[in-house]
Ligand binder design. Structure first.
Ligand code: GLU
Length: 307
């Protein structure tokens, strides 16, 4: 479903808002290609120890990547502080990107041997199933339904579903206020599924990505954007005059590293990697330099579930 169109007059009136947002998201008046004002600074990121002696012949995925000499990791590219691609340089940054880099290092792959591939929420299971990516790190909630199709290492972080609205919105303070409201989320996400199942009076609107939902929010095409608080806080932190996160989180979203369902050896190796990087301080340093910039201090990571 897509939203209805408003007149061009409205669009024209909102151009300054959009322009302000673009400036905020691209780092304001910095020269082209300069890092955003509040982006991760390379010096703050941990350098991960690459386990060059690592070998995992029992994993078909690892064996294929090792032969290829590169690891292909599925990610998001438009989620501030989580998984973001700088259009000027092509460089990826964010907490999920760091989780991918630390896991890769444990599997014997240095950062320059990783190819990141942006995959939308709705396409993750297919990409993992057909080997388009070796594993996936992108705000990917572990749940029973998905576990029928893919494997999950972790969790490495616990998010919760929230709501993002315009700062001039005062009627929406939680999911119960969504009656008759257009609420936008990504197709294939657990966020839109929860709205459809638990809040049937809301009008769901879906796009491939959350950044398109945010554009629609700012142009008054939708009334709210819903997904994990971790994602929404990033958009709000980059344009605080235009948008705010409201209410309390209304779900639990444990983030896992998605992988091919049958590859148990890789799943357990990734679990080991997550635990090792939590213990040696890499996890916290990576969090502080990325997701921590959206304003929430580092939590204790959830326990890894070696199923
Ligand atoms: N964590 C939720 C999910 O996995 C929402 C975020 C996303 O779409 O990546 O569906």
């Amino acid at each position: 479903m897509t939203s209805t169109q408003r007149g061009p007059r409205l669009a024209a009136a909102l151009l300054p808002v959009l322009a302000a947002l673009v400036l905020a998201l691209t780092g304001g008046c910095g020269r082209q290609g300069s890092p955003p004002a509040k982006g991760p600074r390379a010096g703050d990121l941990p350098a991960y120890h690459v386990d060059t002696a690592f070998s995992l012949p029992a994993s078909p995925t690892w064996t294929r990547a090792h032969r290829r000499g590169r690891l292909v990791v599925g990610v998001k590219d438009d989620q501030p502080y989580l998984g973001e691609r700088d259009p000027a340089t092509g460089a990826y940054s964010g907490f999920d990107i760091e989780i991918a880099r630390m896991a890769a290092a444990s599997l014997g792959f240095p950062a320059d041997r990783i190819t990141f591939k942006a995959i939308a929420s709705a396409n993750r299971e297919t990409a993992l199933g057909n080997g388009q990516v070796d594993f996936y790190v992108g705000t990917y909630t572990i749940n029973a339904l998905r576990k029928r199709q893919v494997g999950f290492a972790g969790p490495y972080y616990l998010a919760g579903q929230g709501l993002l609205v315009r700062t001039d919105e005062h009627d929406i303070n939680g999911p119960r206020d969504l009656k008759g409201k257009k609420v936008c989320s990504a197709a294939g996400s657990s966020s839109i599924q929860r709205i459809e199942a638990d809040y049937p009076d809301a009008t769901p609107v879906t796009y491939d990505t959350y950044s398109v939902c945010v554009d629609n929010l700012l142009t008054y095409q939708v009334d709210a954007v819903t997904t994990d608080d971790s994602i929404l806080l990033g958009y709000a932190a980059k344009a605080p005059k235009e948008m705010k996160v409201v209410g309390r989180p209304f779900s639990k979203e444990p983030y896992g590293i998605g992988l091919s369902k049958g590859d148990t050896a890789l799943r357990l190796a990734l679990d080991d990697a997550i635990v090792a990087h939590e213990r040696n301080g890499d996890w916290k340093r990576a969090y502080d330099a990325t997701l921590g910039l959206s304003g929430v201090p580092a939590p204790t990571p959830p326990p890894v579930d070696r199923y």
